[in-house]
Ligand binder design. Structure first.
Ligand code: DOR
Ligand code: ZN
Length: 348
């Protein structure tokens, strides 16, 4: 049995850090585990301009504890009206990507894109300037079953986009289905995908089997929602295949516990404080620990055109008691698996 592994310092290619007191509460967890992170722009109001992104970046940096090295990589929220000339400004300011939320797909997505054709001039500018397009890949039509939204998005939007923008680098974010894993593995074009720890560890039963076996567990509810076991297995096979197109993105999405444990539950799993431990558990469970370093530390930088880190970290098979809740401004925040003891521990 492997007792510890050493890997190059990992990065998180998809995280929600929020703002204000919430931001101050969660940034230290991500900075403790990762060298860099792609920061999602779905604040209220969303981060749609370079100026807003730079101001947000300085608030994030101010929340990094002294002595920790952490680089937030900033993104803009793509709307129907993002002006193409914003892209040159973004590029010059070091912004690396734009995030496409189909309007209504998830938390704070009401300003999202209503029709992809409306963004084509902006996507052309991104392709020209080398900014990446990060996609929440779900259709939002109410006649499409919620569990089918990702697969339908591939046919309707993702495949045509790849044809229309062959040089645009696209990240299919937090994929959840065998259809997405297969599409990303085999598509012609510049496409990759992030995969969360929770989609590698759980299928949709996890949402419905709390307590004695019949309780609903809101902390396992996220979007795209957990799918059937066959999909979880396909994701695991994809990340363990050695394909450089798959890399780590936690989609850690903190919501105050009273927002999760409510009649209408916010979507998102908070995993930042035990991210690498959860990924280690998933890869270990599949006998694939030898593929964790490429997934967590090499494939992401290679796709983004950035150097990998040179420092290393260690994961040890060691009991790690995860607190049930941690402070989140005036509220509290419950990590996924809070109150449980995990089998791996990150030492950085
Ligand atoms: O579960 C999710 N939570 N999925 C998303 O796409 C957004 C995120 C959030 O911001 O809470
Ligand atoms: Zn997200």
């Amino acid at each position: 049995m492997t007792e510890h592994i050493t890997l190059l310092k990992p990065d998180d290619w998809h995280v929600h850090l929020r703002d204000g007191e919430a931001l101050k509460a969660v940034v230290p967890y991500t900075a403790a585990q990762f060298g860099r992170a792609i920061v999602m722009p779905n604040l209220r109001p969303p981060i749609t301009t370079t100026e807003q992104a730079l101001a947000y970046k300085s608030r994030i940096l101010a929340a990094v504890p002294a002595g920790m090295q952490f680089e937030p990589l900033m993104t803009l929220y793509l709307t129907d009206n993002t002006p193409p000339d914003e892209i040159a400004r973004a590029k010059a300011a070091g912004i690396v990507a734009l995030k496409l939320y189909p309007a209504g797909a998830t938390t704070n997505s009401d300003a999202g894109v209503t029709d992809i054709r409306k963004t084509y001039k902006t996507l052309e500018a991104m392709q020209r300037h080398g900014l990446l397009l990060l996609i929440h890949g779900e259709v939002t039509d109410s006649d499409i079953d919620l569990f089918d939204r990702e697969a339908v998005f591939i046919e309707r939007t993702m495949a045509p986009l790849l044809k229309d923008f062959p040089a645009l680098k696209i990240v299919f974010e937090h994929i959840t289905t065998k259809e997405a894993a297969q599409f990303v593995a085999t598509a012609h074009g510049n496409i990759a995908a992030t995969v969360t720890a929770h989609h590698l560890l759980y299928n949709r039963n996890a949402i419905f089997t709390g307590g004695a076996g019949s309780g609903l567990r809101p902390h396992y509810y996220c979007l795209p929602v957990l799918k059937r076991e066959i999909h979880r297995q396909a994701l695991m096979d994809a990340v363990a295949s050695g394909s450089p197109r798959f890399f780590l993105g936690t989609d850690s999405a903190p919501h105050a516990s009273q927002m999760k444990e409510a009649s209408v539950c916010g979507a998102g799993c908070f995993t930042a404080m035990s991210a690498m431990e959860l990924y280690a558990e998933a890869f270990d469970g599949a006998g694939a620990l030898q593929h964790l370093e490429a997934f967590a530390s090499k494939n992401g930088p290679a796709f983004y055109g950035l150097p990998a880190h040179t420092q290393t970290v260690q994961l040890k098979r060691e009991a790690f008691a995860l607190p049930e809740a941690v402070p989140f401004g005036a509220a509290d925040l419950k990590p996924l698996r809070g109150g449980e003891t995990l089998a791996w521990r990150l030492h950085s």
